[in-house]
Design a protein around this ligand. Structure first.
Ligand SMILES: Cc1cc2nc3c(=O)[nH]c(=O)nc-3n(C[C@H](O)[C@H](O)[C@H](O)COP(=O)(O)OP(=O)(O)OC[C@H]3O[C@@H](n4cnc5c(N)ncnc54)[C@H](O)[C@@H]3O)c2cc1C
Length: 265
């Protein structure tokens, strides 16, 4: 391992590991999930906490590009498969998201850094009330957190408010619906669509998610904000800030509101 020396302090350079792409699953017209095989000798290095992300590095059109992608599976799924999965939503004109969606193939090797990030919350033996709010690709760390909590905390209840343009553009829709079926007593999946024009849609579940909408949805679902043990918010900065302000204003303990932002709005 190479070491850099500066100001008398020795810094360890982050070490990228070449991982083989084992599977590519098209999630929507503009998003793919990519699964990496994790070799036995790297299993400890790639042990993760739900909510953490991988940093991918690639040379794309002559440039050295590094981007973060959240792990989108539970710990149990990772342990059973010996794999890690990320998902990328294609951003117009984006360097790495376009490359992941259109160029990468099964069998390719990509340089990947060990899991990082503090959008995490250890599982516990007690029963908790958890609320997650995600928009678009913000679902990736949230599906890892939600699934792990449902699997590892048999007494905890989870409400997920998930915003997308349309049902068709929703990443992991089938997986989330099947989780909602399997854990129907403990998992409430509430989908909000901003461009679903069907007139029969409940107005509360149409439009963009913001603090006011989250407040109304929770009230109608019978969730008392001050009694929620942990909050997970992930999406564009504007949404995260607005929802955070609303729930803290309604009595949520700020220390329980965890958030991750993928990009500015
Ligand atoms: C901790 C963390 C975890 C992340 N996890 C995921 C994940 O699980 N899945 C995922 O799809 N993305 C995730 N992202 C975003 C991801 O790292 C990239 O920023 C995204 O894929 C765009 O990279 P790019 O190289 O394609 O675009 P770039 O070439 O960097 O940007 C192209 C243009 O798109 C704009 N842009 C950049 N990012 C976004 C965005 N996310 N949405 C809209 N416009 C954008 C830029 O302002 C720029 O104009 C995460 C980001 C962070 C910080």
């Amino acid at each position: 391992m190479s070491l850099l020396k500066s100001s008398g302090v020795r810094h360890r350079r982050p070490q990228f590991h070449p991982l083989t792409v084992a599977g590519i699953q098209r999630l929507t017209e503009r998003a793919v999930a990519i699964t990496f095989d994790i070799p036995e000798d790297l299993r400890d290095t790639f042990r993760f906490q739900p909510g953490q992300h991988l940093t991918l590095r690639a040379e794309i059109n002559g440039a050295d590009v590094r981007r973060s992608y959240s792990i989108c599976m539970s710990r149990a799924q990772a342990a059973a498969s010996g794999q890690l999965r990320i998902a990328s939503n294609e951003v117009d004109g984006g360097a790495m998201s376009v490359w992941l969606n259109r160029v990468v193939e099964v069998g390719d090797r990509i340089a990947v850094l060990a899991p990082l990030g503090d959008f995490v919350c250890p599982t516990v033996d007690t029963e908790r009330e958890i609320v997650a709010v995600a928009a678009g690709s913000g679902i990736t760390p949230v599906i890892s957190l939600v699934r792990t909590m449902l699997e590892d905390e048999p007494g905890s209840v989870v409400t997920l408010i998930f915003g997308n343009r349309t049902p068709k553009s929703t990443m992991f829709r089938e997986e989330l619906e099947s989780l909602a079926d399997n854990y129907s007593a403990r998992f409430d999946l509430i989908e909000v669509f901003s461009r679903d024009t069907s007139t029969s849609r409940d107005p509360l579940l149409a439009g963009r998610i913001d603090g006011a909408k989250v407040r109304q949805i929770l009230r109608r679902s019978g969730v008392a904000v001050s009694e929620v043990d942990e909050w997970f918010l992930c999406g564009p900065t504007g949404l995260v800030d607005d929802v955070r302000a609303a729930v803290v204003g309604d009595g949520a303990d700020p220390d329980t509101v965890h958030h991750e932002e993928f990009f500015q709005t």
